[in-house]
Write a protein that binds this ligand. Structure first.
Ligand code: PLI
Length: 458
């Protein structure tokens, strides 16, 4: 890596004013939100690290593109622009736009999964697994063991353990496995990348068995950055070419454009198989909208097309991940336990190590996220036992090894001074960690409970 700093390759043309709050106001706000940061009003938040999804700042070029929206019901010019960019940058044959990532996951799961099927993947993601289950499938985690250990410094903790996959194939038979679901920069593992070496091995293995590979390419540019920085043979390759190599090893993808692609809404499904594409483009009209808009306005598709090209610029991704690494290094220097190596889209605090006196059943990450908000108005997100939910068959809580608080950094939104304020707040909460108590869940919704559950302090 260069010895120079990662300063932003843009300047600021417009600002959004923020409300500064008092400790008393924040205490009231988090209590009213049932200690769930998803239930806070955005107005009460100072620095919003809830998610990097749909929260990025669009460029002037993207805003200009919004004015070129062709809002025809069918065959919008912007759809064809998007289709051209997706083919050029990612290489897939067929494109179906969707309102966001989970719209694509729904359609994909319905056309690919039969009741009783097995879907192996490199760690679960909440909406992805739910759609697999709703379609009658069962998700199996085949990520390498290091991914579940926040202290392991393995450079590619998103890699698939082919031996684990082979065990599933031997147990259930390849016919029961329609595809392997491969995520780039695995979100729940802390934004950890998969290597091209591993993906090539997986391709060779699945080709023998006729199993497809479907990518969750939501944060593919960040994954490509880590390949460029860490994998032998890629230091001189640009991000765009690495991204293309990843896609070329797979049969299709779901994409939440709300992350990498720098838009506030949007997503898509891509498939190379003509027949599956035909089925999917028929289903999309049931759930999303016509196959040339899939729940999006023409202007959204135009902004996405422009955002995709911007996301693959080396200077952009260098600054984007550089900012995350800057914050992570500050926290490491203060002794705060975080997932390492530092991931692509955020910092993940290990709440089990931060609050060793709080049992997992008392939701340490949930408690810590509430505490950080009260301290400084910084909104973070629980990624532990609450997010993991319950086993669909037994009804028991999943107890994930990783109990994390995610500080997700929106792209092109916050400054280095914001990163300093965040770090100071976490540092001060860490110093008084022994006073922090666990939680009890007092309301639990049926699906994706982390979004709407309510808690009280023990
Ligand atoms: O939020 P959607 O429906 O556009 O995308 C769903 C989705 C799919 N895969 C992955 C890896 C995601 O991270 C993802 C959404 N993530 C959110 C909302 C997040 O806060 O991480």
């Amino acid at each position: 890596m260069s010895s120079r700093s990662w300063a932003e390759p843009y300047k600021i043309k417009m600002v959004e004013l923020l409300k500064m709050t008092t400790p008393k106001q924040r205490k009231k706000a988090i209590e009213e939100a049932g200690f769930n940061t998803f239930l806070l009003k955005s107005e009460d938040v100072y620095i919003d690290l809830l998610t990097d999804s749909g929260t990025s700042a669009m460029s002037d070029r993207q805003w200009a593109g919004m004015m070129l929206g062709d809002e025809a019901y069918a065959g919008s010019r912007n759809f064809y622009n998007l289709e051209r960019v997706v083919k050029k940058c990612y290489g897939y044959k067929h494109l179906i736009p969707t309102h966001q990532g989970r719209g694509a996951e729904n359609i994909l799961s319905q056309v690919m999964i039969k009741k009783g099927d097995i879907i192996p993947g490199n760690m679960y993601f909440t909406t992805t697994r739910l759609h697999q289950e709703l379609a009658g499938g069962t998700f199996y985690d085949v990520i390498i063991d290091e991914a579940h250990d926040s202290t392991s410094l393995h450079p590619f903790k998103g890699d698939i353990d082919i031996a684990k996959l082979d065990k599933l194939v031997k147990k259930f038979g390849a016919k029961k496995i329609p595809y392997v679901c491969v995520a780039t920069t695995v979100n729940m593992a802390g934004g950890q990348p998969i290597s091209l070496k591993n993906l090539k091995e997986l391709r060779a293995y699945t080709n023998k068995l006729g199993i497809k590979i479907i990518l969750d390419m939501t944060r593919i540019a960040e994954n490509a950055y880590f390949i460029q920085q860490r994998e032998k043979g890629y230091a001189n390759k640009n991000i765009a070419s690495i991204v293309r190599q990843i896609c070329d090893l797979t049969d299709g993808a779901t994409f939440s454009a709300k992350k990498d692609a720098l838009v506030n809404i949007g997503g898509f499904l891509t498939l190379n198989d003509d027949k599956k594409f035909e089925e999917a483009s028929n289903l999309v009209v049931v759930y999303e909208g016509l196959h040339t808009y899939g729940g999006l306005a023409g202007r959204d598709m135009e902004a996405m097309a422009i955002g995709i090209e911007e996301s693959l610029n080396d200077d952009h991704i260098n600054a984007r991940v550089g900012q995350v690494i800057y914050l992570g290094n500050k926290l490491i220097a203060s002794g705060v336990p975080i997932v390492q190596p530092i991931g692509g889209h955020g910092i993940f605090i290990d709440a089990k190590l931060f609050l060793p006196h709080v049992k997992q059943i008392n939701f340490p990450a949930q408690a810590l996220a509430a505490e950080i908000f009260e301290d400084s108005g910084v909104r973070t997100m629980e990624r532990g036992i609450v997010s993991a939910g319950r086993n669909a068959k037994t009804g028991d809580h999943y107890f994930p090894k990783l109990e994390l608080v995610r500080l997700t950094i929106p792209r092109r939104v916050y400054t280095q001074a914001h990163m300093d304020v965040i770090s100071e707040s976490i540092d001060s909460v860490y110093k008084r960690r022994n006073e922090i108590k666990g939680m009890e869940m007092i309301y639990e919704p049926t699906y994706l409970r982390f979004f709407q559950a309510r808690f009280k302090r023990l």
